[in-house]
Ligand binder design. Sequence first.
Ligand code: CA
Length: 247
Amino acid sequence: MSRILIVEDEAHLARGLEFNLAAEGHSTVTAADAETALDLLLRQSQEFDLVVLDVMLPGKDGFAVAAELREACNFVPILMLTARGRPEDVLRGFAAGADDYLAKPFELSILLARLGGLLRRREWARQSLTSEPQSAARDRSGEQFGLYSFQGRTIDFGNQELRAGETTIHLTVMESELLRHLVHNRGRVVSRKSILEEVWGLREDTDTRAIDNFIVRLRRYLEDNPARPKHLRTVRGVGYRFDNDDD
Ligand code: CA
């Protein structure tokens, strides 16, 4: 069972989410505005496994909530609810620190699939952290102890961090998992379709531009010059390839 915070001002939508998440065995808390949500998460330090965050809220919007949480080093997974037909919302959502998004109105089954994907990944990250010594013994390819190092940078998948010199960048669940998928397949082309299926856990026809937005963010973290990527390369018409010159 997971504890989920629903941030939604439209009472009938919030009640529908509460009902359906309870039917899936989760417990929920609902906040009808940004300040209530931030109070629960930051000032009361309440623990949640996931936040369903509507963009359109009275007063402060969902982008501001996500940005404040990340600034405060709160990395709870965020599924952002955006308005259909506003791709700029998706970009802003990722920039603010959302892990995934869903356009309103949405199919309940899709919402549950996205939630399930984010919750599973959080659990995997925790397990990989506790089972590190065994996996390190098996893995001699540079991914020891849930760490992967290349060109002066270290990705710490267990802690969802990227370290470069004195700088530590926190990764969201989805950033960390996408990076893990690319690193695991390094030197090989990874298609957008495989990213959708294996990282997002989705089979339906999702807009692959969401992946491109993640790649743009990851390049900012990984590349000396994000405009001329050396590690996270685009393979035109197919997908992406992670290259490590140390390999
Ligand atoms: Ca709303």
